[in-house]
Design a protein around this ligand. Structure first.
Ligand SMILES: Nc1ncnc2c1ncn2[C@@H]1O[C@H](COP(=O)(O)OP(=O)(O)OP(=O)(O)O)[C@@H](O)[C@H]1O
Ligand SMILES: [Mg+2]
Length: 273
């Protein structure tokens, strides 16, 4: 999928089999932002330049986290990657149509039981009933909620609802997972266990992840690279390699190498704002 547009809006998006592949090195980037800017129409109150000059590649199988101050364009970046928005300048190229999107709120349908909520994305994609039921059952098992398949969302805790949301995205078996502050509304203890659960799912299901967060410690714990964005208009201020072991256990949070990286990203964020 290649999305491209200009400020004047004259060039249409190119999506699907006729899209031109971008010229990339191997391993292929799953997402490539090249000179991307995004300007929103202020509808008479002045346009908002949300992003400018974004050059970023997310490699296949990589876990990249993005941190930055509120309003710096993090959600915009994710919506561009998902194809929900088009860039005002530059090019966004995404190699796969197999994309799972997880929002900050669990966004479940309150009248549908948990299993049927998990099936929803697959249903909307037109995946046949037998396949989507099998995938949903597997995904629910992966997030440890098999026993809650027949409950309604209102009968679950906030952390459980977020796990249902994760399961719903997993049921699509996506190659690319886009996550917009998925754990922002959770209490600290639930949040830490959800981070560990997400990493387990990432390892088991082999997808590429672009993860937005306000939390520096969360970004460092999860990611292989952290993109630090500057305040509006958002730019990639610095990209920091997180040189920690692939197996991120609970003990890692007390490791001096981890705390040093948290300080390093925090310093970069302070410079950027
Ligand atoms: N649909 C829209 N129309 C107009 N302006 C928008 C729209 N969406 C976002 N913006 C503006 O673009 C800028 C970036 O918004 P965005 O939601 O991407 O920020 P963010 O980094 O995700 O913020 P937060 O951390 O608070 O979620 C903000 O100034 C916002 O007001
Ligand atoms: Mg946001």
């Amino acid at each position: 999928m290649v999305l491209s547009d200009t400020l004047s809006g004259t060039s249409a998006a190119r999506i699907g089999p006729d899209a031109h592949p971008v010229d990339v090195d191997r391993p292929h980037p799953e997402i490539s932002f090249a000179g991307v800017g995004k300007r929103y129409d202020g509808k008479g109150s002045g346009d908002v330049v949300a992003l400018t000059g974004i050059d970023l590649q997310v490699r296949e199988g990589e876990f990249v986290a993005v941190v930055g101050p509120s309003g710096c364009g993090k959600s915009t970046l994710l919506r561009l990657a998902s194809g929900l928005e088009r860039p005002s300048s530059g090019t966004v190229a995404v190699r796969t149509d197999s994309v799972g999107f997880i929002f900050q709120e669990a966004t479940l349908l309150p009248w549908r039981k948990v299993l049927r909520n998990v099936e929803l994305s697959a249903e909307l994609r037109g995946i046949d009933r037998g396949t989507r039921r099998a995938r949903a059952t597997r995904a629910l098992d992966a997030v440890g909620l098999t026993d809650f398949a027949g409950k309604l969302p209102g009968q679950l805790s906030g952390g459980m609802r977020m796990r249902v949301s994760l399961a719903r995205a997993l049921a699509l078996e996506p190659r690319l997972m886009l996550l917009d502050e998925p754990f922002g509304a959770l209490d600290e203890i639930t949040r830490l266990s959800m981070q560990e659960e997400l990493l387990r799912l990432y390892r088991d299901n082999v997808f590429t992840a672009l993860f937005i967060t306000h939390s520096v410690s969360e970004a460092v714990f999860l990611a292989g690279r952290v993109v630090v964005m500057s305040a509006r208009p958002g730019r990639a201020h610095e990209v920091i390699d997180i040189d920690l072991p692939a197996a991120r256990t609970r003990e890692l949070r007390f490791d001096p190498a981890y705390t040093e990286l948290v300080s390093r990203v925090s310093r970069s964020l302070k410079e950027a704002c």
